[in-house]
Design a protein around this ligand. Structure first.
Ligand code: ADP
Ligand code: ADP
Length: 228
């Protein structure tokens, strides 16, 4: 579903953030990208939805070289969740979640129905949380709204960049379990960045273990943990 072929990214200042990356993520697979800060995980993600483009090599999504795909169209197929989810502060949770369906041309009523379904899917009660504003939610709840919003257009691919990085450990564990349950229902192709090895092991069908700019191991958690 996502294929990296000899992908290298050099930033204009000469930093090589990613060096000759090649791996493939199957449809419905959740791959965690794990490694210390600065090793190229976020750069890898940003190239998939064309926030930045590779210097060399190519990336295929669903068999298609994304270099030729309009970034706006590409992003309809790819949900993106980051650590500091940017919710619209003056819109309610329901309105925030309904934004994407409305942009896709759904009627206001249909979009709100869809938003309520999505909130329910991520473990928020639309009747309780739907009319709140983002600053009336806990950090964990805001991240859930971020996940709901990313799922709104039903994209086959989800990019998650340390989505649970800013919440405390107890809440994080809770969000991880919920996310696993959700993933079993929706079966998205997921790239999930974390610097937390336990999170990478727990969530990943396979793990891409980064060292400076390169993937040093790409395998199941059991194999990675069992490796010498
Ligand atoms: P990670 O997500 O693993 O923390 P990044 O992909 O953010 O790593 O960064 C990889 C490397 O690229 C780091 O050395 C970082 O400083 C550098 N880098 C990231 N963004 C830029 C940029 N816009 N310009 C120059 N260097 C950058
Ligand atoms: P979570 O496990 O989702 O992170 P928390 O334990 O942080 O939840 O929050 C518990 C409850 O407190 C939630 O029902 C949330 O709505 C409420 N809450 C947290 N912060 C605020 C706030 N700033 N204003 C109103 N309610 C809040």
């Amino acid at each position: 579903m996502i294929r990296f072929e000899h992908v290298t990214k050099r930033y204009p200042d000469g930093t090589t953030a990613v060096d000759d990356l090649s791996f493939e993520v199957a449809e419905g697979e959740l791959v965690t990208l794990v490694g210390p800060s600065g090793c190229g995980k976020t750069t890898t993600m940003k190239m998939v939805n064309r926030l930045i483009d590779p210097t060399e090599g190519r990336i295929l999504v669903d068999g298609e070289d994304i270099a030729g795909v309009d970034p706006v169209k590409l992003r309809r197929r790819i949900g993106y969740v980051i650590q500091q989810v940017g919710l619209f502060p003056h819109k309610t949770v329901l309105e925030n979640t309904a934004t994407v369906p409305q942009l896709l041309g759904w009627s206001r009523r249909k979009a709100r129905e869809r938003a309520a379904e999505l909130l329910d899917l991520v473990g928020l009660d639309p009747a309780v949380h739907g009319d709140r504003y983002p600053d009336q939610l806990s950090g964990g709840q805001r991240q859930r709204v971020g996940v709901a919003r990313a799922l709104a257009a039903d994209p086959p691919v989800l990019l998650m960049d340390e989505p649970f990085g800013a919440v405390d450990p107890v809440v994080r564990e809770h969000l991880q379990s919920e996310f696993l349950r959700l993933q079993r229902q929706v079966r998205k192709t997921v790239l999930f960045v974390t610097h937390d090895i336990e999170e990478a092991v727990r969530l990943g069908d396979r793990m891409a273990v980064y060292g400076a700019g390169r993937v040093e191991q790409f395998d199941t958690p059991a194999t990675v943990l069992g490796a010498p």
